[in-house]
Design a protein around this ligand. Structure first.
Ligand code: SF4
Ligand code: SF4
Length: 375
C-alpha cells in the first residue's frame, strides 16, 4: 500500500494522539514523535491473517476515529496483507504474503484475528487459491491451505505475533463448549511452532480499536528498542487491560450500597442501579471500557444499561456464561452469599473498609479462572 505525504504539523498531531492512546503524559510527546519518525522510516510490515473469526475485530478497527484508520495504515504501519481491506484479491493477494515473508525475514509482525482450528488437519478454515496452479506468466500460484499451515509457514520468520480479539487470544466463542473444529488460541499454536516467539494478546469481543492500534504500536516500539512492554500474565498490555472495570464503574456506588437492578422491567431510567444481579462480570474483568468508552467515547456497555460480559477476559465465553446470570460462588468475608444476600454483604464489607479489589480476589472456583490483569 502506498504512503502519502504528511506535514510536520500533522505528524506531531499524530504523535500526540499516539501518546494519548498509550496513556502517556504530554511531556513525552517529543519522544513519541522521535520514535514514530524512526517507525515511519522503517514502516514495519504487517501480515494480518484471519482464522476462525467473524471479522468483527477488523470492523471495530475500521471504526477508529482518532487516529483515523487511514493514518494508521498508511503513515505509521505498513499493512501488506489484510483480507478485508486490501484492494487485490485471488492469488495476487495471497502472493503478497509469500513476497513479504521473503523480503522481510525476521522483521514482519504477524497479526492474527480469530483462533486456529486444528481438528481434521485444520480443514475448517483454509485460504489461498488454486492449489498447484500457475498464473498467466507461468509462475506458481500460492495454493489453498489450512490456516494452521499458514501459521507454520509464517510464525518462524515473524518478529512477533499479535493475537487480536478474544477468539485469537484465548479461544473465545469458537472454542467454547467442546468445539468441533478444535479452535485453538494463537498463543498455543505459536508455542507449538516456536516457544520463544514473542506473542501479545488483545482481548475483547470485538477488540476496541485503541486496544488494537495501541498494542501494535507498543509491540513495534518495543521491537525497535523504544519504550517498554508492560504486559499482564495473559500477555495483554497493562495500558488497556490493567484496571478492573468494577473499580472504575459509574455504578460502583450502587454496588457498595447494595442497590441492584433485579428485573429488566424495573425502572432504571436514571441508569444508576448496579447490574451485578443481571449478570455483570465487571467485578472480574480487566479493561479500561469505563474510561476509554466506545464509538469515539460515546458510551460503553454498562453506560448503555447492558451488563459487562467480560469479553476482555480469558474466561470469556464459556466460563463467564450464561451471560445474563450473576457470578456464582462469590465469597466475601468468608461468606457465600446468594444473589439475594450479596447486597447487604457487599454493603457491610464496604462499611468495614474492605475494597472491591480485595472482595473479588476472593471469587470462587469458576471466576477464579477469570484471571485479572493485575499481578
Ligand atoms: S457489578 Fe457491574 S454495574 Fe455493578 S458496579 Fe460493578 S461493574 Fe458496575
Ligand atoms: S464492558 Fe465488558 S463486555 Fe463491554 S466491551 Fe468492555 S470488557 Fe467487553
Amino acid at each position: 500500500m502506498a504512503g502519502r505525504v504528511v506535514s510536520r504539523r500533522q505528524f506531531l498531531k499524530q504523535a500526540g494522539a499516539t501518546a494519548a492512546l498509550l496513556g502517556l503524559s504530554e511531556a513525552l510527546i517529543p519522544q513519541v514523535a522521535r520514535a514514530l519518525e524512526e517507525l515511519v522510516a522503517g514502516k514495519p510490515p504487517i501480515i494480518w491473517l484471519q482464522g476462525q473469526n467473524c471479522t468483527g475485530c477488523s470492523v471495530s478497527l475500521l471504526n477508529t476515529n482518532y487516529p483515523m484508520i487511514a493514518e494508521v495504515v498508511l503513515d505509521q504501519l505498513s499493512v501488506r496483507y489484510h483480507p478485508t481491506i486490501m484492494a487485490s484479491a485471488g492469488y495476487k493477494a495471497t502472493r503478497v504474503i509469500e513476497d513479504c515473508k521473503k523480503e522481510n525475514k525476521g522483521k514482519y509482525v504477524l497479526v492474527v484475528e480469530g483462533p486456529v482450528p486444528k481438528n481434521n488437519g485444520g480443514e475448517f478454515c483454509t485460504f489461498g487459491v488454486g492449489k498447484g496452479m500457475k498464473d498467466l506468466m507461468g509462475k506458481r500460484v500460492p495454493g489453498d491451505k489450512p490456516m494452521i499451515e499458514w501459521m507454520r509457514e509464517l510464525v518462524p520468520d515473524a518478529a512477533a505475533v499479535l493475537a487480536v480479539g478474544n477468539c485469537a487470544s484465548f479461544g473465545g466463542i469458537p472454542a467454547a463448549n467442546a468445539s468441533v473444529t478444535g479452535s485453538t488460541a494463537v498463543e498455543k499454536i505459536v508455542a507449538e511452532i516456536d516457544s520463544r516467539k514473542p506473542v501479545m494478546n488483545v482481548g475483547g469481543c470485538p477488540a476496541h480499536p485503541d486496544w488494537i492500534i495501541g498494542s501494535a504500536m507498543e509491540a513495534i516500539l518495543y521491537l525497535k528498542g523504544i519504550g517498554k512492554l508492560d504486559l499482564d500474565r495473559y500477555k495483554r498490555s497493562k495500558t488497556f487491560f490493567g484496571k478492573l472495570i468494577h473499580e472504575n464503574c459509574e455504578r460502583r456506588a450502587a454496588f457498595d450500597a447494595g442497590i441492584f437492578l433485579e428485573d429488566w422491567n424495573q425502572n432504571n431510567q436514571d441508569l444508576k442501579l448496579c447490574l451485578f444481579k443481571m449478570g455483570c462480570k465487571g467485578p472480574v474483568t480487566y479493561a479500561d471500557c469505563p474510561t476509554r468508552r466506545w464509538n469515539s467515547q460515546v458510551n460503553w456497555c454498562v453506560g448503555a444499561n447492558a451488563p459487562c460480559h467480560g469479553c476482555a477476559e480469558p474466561a470469556f465465553y464459556e466460563e463467564l456464561s450464561p451471560l445474563y446470570e450473576p457470578l456464582p460462588n462469590v465469597d466475601i468475608l468468608g461468606l457465600s452469599p446468594t444473589t439475594d444476600t450479596i447486597g447487604w454483604i457487599a454493603a457491610g464489607a464496604t462499611a468495614v473498609g474492605i475494597g472491591a479489589h480485595y472482595l473479588y480476589k476472593q471469587l470462587g472456583q469458576k471466576t477464579e479462572s477469570s484471571k485479572g490483569g493485575e499481578e
